[in-house]
Design a protein around this ligand. Structure first.
Ligand code: SF4
Length: 286
């Protein structure tokens, strides 16, 4: 859980444990947040709180693999017998085969890796770290190679104005790597870096690009693809069943007038204020 999410009723299975990152993504939603370094003791307590409510947990926040006690955290989680233990990572440390194997024998059974483009040029431009594309790609290859059939690998593609036209190439590339699952995420204006119009793609436009690229893979059952945070009212009707909400509640979301008659209100919490400020609400239709 993020420091802003503390509180009895806000225990989330998505536990923020990272405090630093070896990428510096231009659109990072966490860039403006302070992530004070939690102690191992604090994290263990939080894991116990999560366990009381959930049988799964996901370690995330900045770059969790950079913690020197990362494996102690995984070991502790494993001892609590979660059904699923996941990590969300930029995958760069997984490019070291020894590190990737160690993660895979630590009880982790869900790995989510983020790729920002289909080419080193785009990915490294967005991460601001030369060589990060090659490392992340190698990390993906290592996990594909060493994981067992009970361990899942999901690739996250944060869609923005810079990488949108590489989506087709990205899908073809990950299919070749034998990836079976990807999330295409709408990058939202959640930080100073991402509040630039040059980064955030209009949801309807991005949603069209995402669904048009994804539909053949979905139809032919070649890959499971979800459109994360492309709100149903921004998508064409056929695409709406692939909408998936961000699982963390965001207090910056507000209801728009359409929400009153929308059938998706149980899954969708509304639109971010910062998005409406940027693009208004004209694009949303039921
Ligand atoms: S609940 Fe509101 S924001 Fe969400 S899809 Fe429906 S109309 Fe759009």
């Amino acid at each position: 859980m993020h420091s802003k999410m503390k509180g009895k009723n806000l225990i989330s299975p998505y536990l923020y444990i990272g405090h630093a990152c070896n990428n510096n993504c231009l659109f990072c939603s966490e860039a403006d947040s302070k992530f004070p370094k939690k102690t191992l003791g604090q994290i263990k307590k939080e894991i116990l709180s999560v366990r009381k409510k959930y049988n799964f947990i996901n370690f995330m926040g900045r770059e969790p693999t950079l913690r020197e006690d990362f494996f102690s955290i995984l070991e502790f989680a494993r001892s609590k017998k979660f059904k699923k233990i996941g990590i969300t990572t930029n995958g760069r440390l997984l490019s070291y085969p020894g590190f990737a194997k160690k993660v895979l024998i630590s009880g982790v059974n869900q790995i989510g890796i983020t790729l920002n483009g289909a080419t080193p040029k785009t990915h490294d431009f967005l991460t601001q770290v030369p060589g990060s594309f090659e490392q992340t790609l190698q990390g993906i290859k290592n996990i594909v190679r060493y994981k067992t059939k009970n361990q899942s690998l999901l690739i996250n593609f944060p869609l923005n104005k810079v990488n949108a036209l590489e989506l087709n190439r990205y899908l073809a590339m990950i299919e070749k790597l034998k990836i079976k699952e990807t999330n295409i995420l709408h990058v939202a204006p959640l930080s100073r870096g991402s509040e630039k119009k040059g980064m955030i793609i209009q949801m309807r436009k991005g949603g069209n690009i995402a669904f048009n690229s994804a539909k053949i893979y979905i139809k032919e059952n070649r890959m499971k693809i979800l459109l994360v945070e492309f709100l149903p009212c921004s998508l064409e009707k056929k695409a709406r069943k692939y909408f998936f909400p961000c699982l963390e509640k965001n207090p910056q979301k507000i209801r728009i007038s359409l929400c009153k008659k929308c059938p998706y209100t149980s899954k969708c919490d509304g639109v971010l204020k910062s998005y409406i400020k940027m693009y208004g609400e004209k694009e949303f239709k039921l």
